[in-house]
Design a protein around this ligand. Sequence first.
Ligand code: F6P
Length: 368
Amino acid sequence: MEKKYNITMKTTSIKTIGILTSGGDAPGLNAAIRALCISGKNKYGMKFIGIKDGYRGLIDNDTFKMDKLDFSGMISEGGTILGTSRVKPFKNPKPDPKSGLLPVEAIKETFKKNKLDALVCLGGNGTNTTASLLYEAGFNVIGLPKTIDNDIVGTEETFGFHTAIDIATDGINVIRTTAKSHGRAMVVEIMGHKVGWLGLYAGVAGNADVILLPEIPYDIEKLSAFIKERYEQQGYVIIACSEGALDIEEAKLGKKDFKKARLDMSQSVAFRVAQEIEAATGIETRTSVLGYLQRGGSPSAYDKLLATELGSAAADFLANKDFGKLVGMQEGRITGIPLSIVADKIKTVDEDAVMLRTARDLGICFGD
Ligand code: F6P
């Protein structure tokens, strides 16, 4: 492929590393940063430079030395000590009004000023797509998979996902008691962006009666028939509704019309679903949007361990100059997945997903 930018990085030993976190925060980011810094220092004598607020800090040279940081306790801290943003340096790039530099040129300056040999980008799809473009441009880059959505292609696991499952599962459990007391249908909205992994896993773990996923458009007639029947049996119904859920009519719309339809509704999808259910069944229906609770707070033990393993392994990838890779998991093993495979794609729930097959076997309704 013809190179768009002319950036050549030195190939001697890799000693000074920049780290950034980008996109929505997720529990496990600090655990991964801590493991990377400790392993990199202990094994390879690496030094680390923190880059603030994701790609924003990389463009603006907003950096600090991490060698004085106290890593004790950091494994349990939620959020990210580096801050984050959703800045995308390759999306409609414009020269900086003061310096006249394009974002990629400013990034080159940041690399120079901080004497960076390589960069580690911790984030989800958007972050790793940018990491891939930076690598293509000639920078030494690796990625680490963070997202509560678990939607990164090429890796079976992303840190943050399991903590969010735990929180969303607790949310569903808490809702159950009030649903039961009042004899209501309850629609619990679960994050996940355009995919249903979080809704599916939390829905099964939380013993939801219905799970709505973006990958399986629901038919309101089938959905309400199931809800009526379940209500007659147990006196209440729990619907775990992914934030990206859609009905069979919306599924037919093009991207633009779909966005317009959603704007017209101007509310979380769960409210719309609740209105439809109440109108079709006559059952009093309420909504709870779990929202940002799902990615706040400390990581679960599972995510602490996953983030620690991946963060620590990232030091080996750097030392081996194994750039252009996402340090992910395949068949339970740490694997380097080319960023070009990860970029611009999302991992969706398909009918072969074990958890989906299990949920169908359990009689959970998906409204299809
Ligand atoms: O990607 C993680 C995520 O929490 C999604 O589940 C959600 O759709 C989105 O981020 C929310 O983003 P923001 O923090 O920009 O509102």
